[in-house]
Ligand binder design. Structure first.
Ligand SMILES: C[S@@+](CC[C@H](N)C(=O)[O-])C[C@H]1O[C@@H](n2cnc3c(N)ncnc32)[C@H](O)[C@@H]1O
Length: 228
């Protein structure tokens, strides 16, 4: 980890601890839930986590039926929260668990979307499952997406697409959107991230082809959200 990232992590940690200690919330939008909450000082992306919590409540209130999924799990940092906010639903976890696939990287480089050089290979299915609050609800699908999704005919209420690169994100939208329940949500990480220009391209292309809208949100990864 570079010195800058280490420094930023330290600031995040201290800010999170300080807010927690002084019981300061960044926004009051979750107060209506009347729940005590801890700000996770190791994962200081309040907007992403709070938005996930809010949409999980909407899905619960609408009593939607269906599963949840993440494409691009890595060590399970975000998947852990999906699992905790949807404890009764199966959580499909799609990842190579060995980092980017060279077929996707080759498209990235040809289109000048990104270098595709980041290494996400230091993880495993076992390590991810170990930190899940409800591992019995997790269905890990190790390998190249979309191949690993072949034959899955489930309905989904929430999907996180966090695969960074154009090809898997576009394939994820093509696979999940038709299976998304009305009232469900798809989060796409990195939509407004200059380091991964393919994420925006995949969302814009898909939404234009399907004539649907999306909402960009100001979380730390620059996510966009599609709802049905
Ligand atoms: C940024 S990481 C995911 C971060 C994770 N959501 C978190 O909360 O920390 C991107 C992940 O996408 C996975 N990935 C990218 N393309 C893929 C593909 N075609 N099939 C399966 N996994 C893929 C990589 O292996 C990597 O683990």
């Amino acid at each position: 980890m570079g010195i800058y990232r280490l420094f930023a992590k330290g600031i995040n940690y201290l800010a999170g601890r300080g807010l927690q200690k002084n019981k300061i919330a960044i926004a009051g939008s979750l107060d209506f839930l009347h729940r005590s909450r801890k700000i996770d000082s190791n994962y200081f992306d309040y907007i992403r986590l709070a938005t996930l919590e809010l949409v999980s409540e909407e899905i619960k209130q609408k009593q939607l039926q269906g599963e949840v999924a993440e494409l691009g799990v890595y060590k399970g940092k975000f998947a852990r929260y999906i699992n905790s906010y949807f404890p009764e639903r199966n959580l499909y976890l799609f990842d190579t668990f060995e980092g980017f696939d060279k077929r996707d990287v080759s498209v990235e480089q040809k289109q000048n979307f990104s270098s595709g050089a980041q290494d996400f290979s230091d993880t495993s299915v076992e390590a991810v499952l170990k930190q899940m609050p409800f591992p019995e609800k997790c269905i890990p699908l190790k390998g190249f997406f979309p191949q690993t999704a072949e034959g899955i005919e489930k309905r989904f209420v929430f999907v996180s697409l966090d695969a960074d690169l154009y090809e898997p994100i576009y394939a994820g939208l093509r696979f999940f959107y038709p299976k998304l329940e009305r009232g469900g949500y798809i989060f796409i990480h990195d939509f407004n991230n200059d380091a991964y220009k393919g994420a925006r391209k995949a969302v814009e292309q898909f939404c234009s082809e399907e004539n649907i809208g999306f909402v960009p949100i100001p979380d730390s990864g620059g996510s966009a959200i599609i709802s049905k």
